[in-house]
Design a protein around this ligand. Structure first.
Ligand code: TMP
Length: 210
């Protein structure tokens, strides 16, 4: 039996982690086995790569940046995501391949074909069944993120970059309407939680590998 793969995406400060935690609580309360993970991170290698990627003192060119995210992703898919799906679990992941297509594609300007080809190789074609996109104006999101403390390397990028990221997510969602649930992150957390829960319950359990 194949499990259910749910990812959360969105620009900085959109409230992904809060909504992810609320979803996971409801899954547990329903008695469903789930694996919760994140990108970059989720494995020992991924955690170390995350430190490098988010270090504000480092300058990293777009291609090596993408390859580092991809290295973390390859390890995560092979060691965490695919095994959990094979056990029939619900896998909930804070960011996944869509973030690369948008941050390194729309944001940094890397070629979309290169990104999709490498991503397919890295993930073995494992895509989410459902992607929750929390959409937010980057001005608000960056303000929210700044309240959490010192901005990381990505948060430090200029507003134009973050605007391209927001647009990139909306374009990607428009191209994949059956996979994406797009929500206005300005809505009350309780309202968002209900809508996400409803979408998860209505989602067919069929992790795509194409
Ligand atoms: P997080 O703080 O939301 O966990 O994400 C870490 C940062 O990394 C965030 O700014 C988005 C960025 N990112 C990319 O640029 N490309 C990717 O592939 C992923 C997964 C995240």
């Amino acid at each position: 039996m194949s499990g259910l793969f749910v990812t959360f995406e969105g620009p900085e400060g959109a409230g992904k982690s809060t909504q992810l935690a609320r979803l996971v609580e409801r899954l547990w309360a329903d008695g469903l086995a789930c694996t919760v993970t994140r990108e970059p991170g989720g494995t020992e290698l991924g955690s170390r790569v995350r430190e490098v990627l988010l270090d504000p003192s480092l300058t990293i060119d777009p291609l090596p940046e993408f390859l580092l995210y991809s290295a973390s992703r390859a390890q995560l898919v092979a060691n965490v995501i695919r095994p959990a799906l094979d056990r029939g679990e619900v896998v909930v992941c804070d960011r996944y391949a869509d973030s690369s297509l948008v941050y390194q594609g729309a944001g940094r300007g890397l070629d979309a074909r290169l990104l999709t080809d490498i991503t397919r190789a890295v993930t073995g074609g494992q895509m989410p069944d459902l992607t929750v996109l929390l959409d937010l104006d980057p001005v608000i999101g960056l303000e929210r993120a700044a309240r959490r403390g010192q901005p990381d390397r990505l948060e430090q990028a200029d507003l134009a970059f973050h605007r391209r990221v927001r647009e990139g997510f909306l374009v990607l969602a428009g191209l994949n309407p059956s996979r994406f649930l797009v929500l206005d992150a300005i809505l009350a957390p309780e309202v968002l939680e209900e809508r996400i829960w409803h979408a998860v319950q209505s989602c067919p359990h069929s992790s795509s590998t194409s």
